[in-house]
Every structure is written in structure tokens, then in C-alpha cells.
Ligand binder design. Structure first.
Ligand SMILES: [Zn+2]
Length: 325
């Protein structure tokens, strides 16, 4: 992986890669923006590109440096909170300082990433300021912060600032796909991620699995009674409800794309989902899903909205005869 493989943040990536190519790298950067948008990923890839021995402006992925895992790279250090701690301490900055003062073992640079930078206490920040005032040659320090307002202005003013924003839904989807998610999952999670791939990934674990099981159960419910019973007894929270709708919407859209010949079918036949519906029904299902998602975003009763939607489709989402290619 390299900077060029990152989805979204085009402007920021162009700036960083341009800096490497022109050999105009500052001693300190501040990456800031909302949590979960990819600041850490970019900082790690930026470090990799800075340390790459091929000097092509991005990581080459084949040189000695690129092949090193970041955890054991001799010219890279990642300073973060210790387990159960909320403060970055001065002694951690001292260790980082010592690391940066050593001669690079491979190329000409040593890189330190510090995150969350706003967690430095005052003495840590003062120690950091000293390093920023007189950085050892070849040093690049990347401060990563969701809340840069928590950093002393003296520290901020010494850094080149790179601001990161929320991603578009399509970009989140792309990030998730590159993480190995399948298309339906990625589309559903992106739709509720609010522009943050990190949020999408953190949601995946529990609410996500519950939603997959929930969708399975709701599609298998033979009639409205069974739907309402399930919703009443099992549906936990709004996130789960939104996931259920978005996963099904992702499947419906995938099915439509497959029927239009825009992509190969992905084996929906026989699974729970919209595979057995005809084209008109598929359209109605998608429209109904979009409307229910909208309702859920308002103040409507979640169980009522989901129950009523799935009651309408009870017994008809249990797969179908289509054989996909
Ligand atoms: Zn390389």
C-alpha cells in the first residue's frame, strides 16, 4: 500500500506527494480533522513514502524500507497513549526525541508519528515544542489530532497544517471495499457512516452482525405476524434498524445493477433478499426502503417503521429463481 492507494483526501495526498517529489518536506506536520476519516492511515503511508529508498514521491512497496513492517521499522516511531491512559507524558516525548536524534539506519530520514497529539500534557507539549524549535536534521514529526484546539498555539504554529474532512459516501464505500468488504456490506455501512470510514468499521462488529441476523430473520418471516413478533422481541436499536434497511437497499441496488448488465450478479439467488422479485417489485422495494430510512432519520417509532415495512414484504424476500452469473 502507498499514498496513491488511499481512497479520498485527494487534495491532501497531492500536497504530501508533491512535497516529497520536490524535496520540500517540512520538519513537522499537523494532521487534523474529524475522528475516523483516515488521518492515521495517511500519516502511516506518508511516513512509508518519506522513508522509501526509491525516491519516487510515494512508497514503492519493494525496497528494503517499504517491506519493513511499520512496527519494527528502525527509522519510524509511533507514539500513542498507553493502555488505559488518557495523557501523553513528557517521558514519552523524551524517548521520541532520543529516537529522532539517532542517525537514520537506511535512508536520510527519521519519522515520528504522535497521536492523539492533543493528549500531550503541558510538560509533554513543552518538550515537543523544544524538538520542533530545533529538529534534528532529517526529522519529520507528524502530529495527528482530532481536536487541534487542545494543542498549545506555539506547537501548532510550528507545524505545516493539513486538514482532513469527512469523506463522501462513495469514498467511504471505496475505503471499505479496499479493506475487503463485499459490495453490499460496504454500501450499507457507507450509507450510515456519516463520512467516516472509521465509524463504519467500528459499527461493523456488533450492530452489524445483529443486523445481518435480523435481516435474515425478517426476510424469512412468513407473514406480518412473524415480522412484528421479531421486531418487537429482538430489534435492539436504531443503528441496527438502519443497518438492516441499508443492507437490504445495497442488495436491491446490486440486483438492479446486475439485471441492467452493469455488473455480474453476486449469487443473490437462493439467499434472503430481493433476488426473487420482478423488476417493478424491485423498484417498489427500493423506493420503500429509501422512504423508511428517511422516516427513521426523523422522530418516528423505529419498531413501527421497520415492522410496517417488512410486513408489507413478508414472505417475498426469501430469494428467488434467478441464476446469477
Ligand atoms: Zn520503497
Amino acid at each position: 500500500m502507498a499514498l496513491s492507494d488511499i481512497a479520498g483526501h485527494e487534495r491532501q495526498l497531492a500536497l504530501l506527494k508533491g512535497g516529497i517529489r520536490r524535496d520540500a518536506i517540512g520538519p513537522a506536520y499537523l494532521f487534523f480533522g474529524p475522528p475516523g476519516v483516515g488521518k492515521r492511515t495517511v500519516s502511516m503511508e506518508f511516513a512509508k513514502a518519506l522513508l522509501c529508498l526509491s525516491e519516487g514521491g510515494d512508497a514503492c512497496d519493494v525496497c528494503d524500507s517499504c517491506r519493513r513492517s511499520p512496527e519494527i521499522h528502525p527509522d519510524l516511531t509511533y507514539v500513542t497513549l498507553e493502555k488505559d491512559k488518557k495523557i501523553l507524558r513528557k517521558d514519552q516525548i523524551d524517548v521520541m526525541q532520543h529516537f529522532l536524534s539517532l542517525t537514520p539506519s537506511r535512508g536520510s530520514r527519521k519519522v515520528a508519528i504522535l497521536e492523539p497529539a492533543e493528549s500531550m500534557n503541558l510538560s509533554a507539549a513543552n518538550a515537543m515544542l523544544k524538538t520542533l524549535e530545533e529538529p534534528p536534521p532529517g526529522t519529520v514529526i507528524i502530529l495527528v489530532a482530532a481536536n487541534p484546539g487542545g494543542l498549545p498555539p506555539t506547537v501548532v504554529s510550528r507545524c505545516q497544517k493539513v486538514s482532513f474532512g469527512l469523506l463522501g459516501e462513495g469514498q467511504v464505500r471505496e475505503v471499505l471495499r479496499r479493506e475487503g468488504w463485499d459490495e453490499d456490506e460496504a454500501a450499507a455501512a457507507a450509507a450510515v457512516s456519516e463520512g467516516s470510514p472509521g465509524l463504519a468499521m467500528s459499527l461493523r462488529s456488533e450492530a452489524w452482525k445483529r443486523a445481518l441476523r435480523g435481516l435474515e430473520a425478517l426476510c424469512a418471516a412468513p407473514d406480518a405476524g412473524a415480522v412484528l413478533e421479531y421486531v418487537d422481541a429482538k430489534l435492539k436499536d436504531r443503528t441496527e434498524a438502519e443497518f438492516i434497511l441499508h443492507i437490504l437497499l445495497g442488495k436491491a441496488r446490486g440486483e438492479m445493477r446486475a439485471r441492467l448488465g452493469l455488473e455480474a450478479g453476486r449469487g443473490l439467488s437462493g439467499e434472503s433478499g430481493p433476488g426473487g422479485l420482478d423488476d417493478d417489485e424491485l423498484q417498489r422495494l427500493s423506493a420503500g426502503l429509501v422512504e423508511t430510512v428517511r422516516l427513521l432519520g426523523g422522530n418516528v417509532n423505529m419498531k413501527l417503521a421497520l415492522g410496517s415495512f417488512f410486513s408489507d414484504w413478508a414472505g417475498r424476500l426469501t430469494g428467488g429463481p434467478r441464476v446469477s452469473g
